[in-house]
Ligand binder design. Structure first.
Ligand code: HEC
Length: 295
């Protein structure tokens, strides 16, 4: 009896010790942090794939497996809309324009979004940004939801209407280079958190974003070529035949689900941090929407 009791006590003590240990040192593994240099616009030598795409006329087709998919390796200019076909993204732009006109009848929506001097063209290229009224760094889609809400309109982040407003506003800035400043303050802090997250392993497969988007670029995954992360943010939201419009945060949920990681809510802080990180790596790339993806 005595032995049994002490065995039992020892078990309790041991499990308590494990619990404390787990709390103090949470389980985490990281990929090596790559030396990104976000303040310098563009990507040039940074992604390690520059050699394959620096001369568009001389792209190494083997990298993508298919000449039509070379843009995925870095040169996102090669993305549709340079495919002239009309697709769902164009209808989304139209929908966004209609919603914008309704919401902005008295100019309140635009000024809430942060438009100054009617300069709508510059809006998209400068998001995510610090919002004093929200007291945090926010992406354009979060702000669309917030500003819609001020007029009693529900524009949930990730919904079709929210993303169509986002893609419409982006389309007004087509050709403008993405330009966010992560050199200091809350934007730098968000960038650093995002960079850390990008390299944090998670989920049933214990994959980090960088496991694929840095270390397996150009490889095939269920028929898809893994992109470099450089330049991706410049053509979001995209039209996806799978479910109409995909915002950048919805893309994150998709990549999380692919690796059996619990996805987060669009607009949540970790996703916004990731958005700041990937957008900083898109600095210098021209906005190009509406782009299309086939699945
Ligand atoms: C298992 C590998 C894998 C992991 C891990 C992964 N992704 Fe992806 N990701 C992909 C594939 C494959 C695509 C689709 C490429 C395509 O459009 O054909 C993709 C697409 C994307 C795109 C859009 C590319 C484009 O322009 O269409 C972004 C942005 C992105 N991922 C970000 C992330 C982020 C952030 C994480 C971490 C939360 C992550 N991914 C984790 C494989 C991965």
């Amino acid at each position: 009896m005595k032995t049994r009791f002490s065995l039992f006590a020892a078990l309790i003590a041991a499990s308590a010790a494990v619990a404390t240990f787990a709390q103090e040192i949470p389980y985490r593994e990281y990929e090596p942090l790559d030396p990104y240099e976000p303040v310098v616009s563009g990507d040039l030598k940074l992604s390690g794939t520059y050699q394959y795409w620096k001369d568009p006329a001389n792209l190494d087709y083997r990298m993508a497996g298919n000449p039509d998919e070379n843009w995925k390796l870095n040169w996102k200019f090669m993305d549709p809309p340079f495919n002239q076909a009309v697709h769902g993204g164009h209808f989304a732009v139209d929908r966004g324009e209609k919603l914008f006109r309704q919401l902005n009848a008295r100019g309140r929506f635009a000024s809430c979004l942060g438009v100054r001097n009617h300069n709508l063209q510059n809006l998209r290229a400068g998001y995510p940004r610090w919002r004093a009224d929200l007291k945090h760094v926010a992406g354009l889609e979060e702000v669309i939801e917030y500003c819609g809400g001020k007029q009693g309109r529900v524009l949930q982040n990730g919904s079709y209407d929210n993303s169509s407003l986002s893609i419409y506003l982006a389309s007004l800035g087509n050709g403008q280079p993405i330009n966010i400043d992560v050199a200091s303050g809350p934007m730098k802090a968000a960038y650093e958190r995002g960079r850390r997250l990008f390299h944090t392993k998670a989920g049933a497969f214990n994959f980090a974003c960088s496991s694929c988007h840095t270390h397996n670029i150009g490889k095939r995954l269920r028929g898809n070529v893994i992109t470099t992360i450089y330049g991706d943010a410049a053509h979001y939201p995209v039209y996806r035949t799978q479910y109409m419009l995909q915002s950048l945060h919805l893309r994150f949920t998709e990549c999380n689900l692919d690796t059996r990681t619990q996805p987060l809510l669009p607009g949540s802080q970790p996703y916004t941090d990731l958005e700041v990180f990937v957008t900083a790596l898109t600095n210098g790339y021209p906005i190009s929407v509406p782009a299309e993806r086939d699945w």
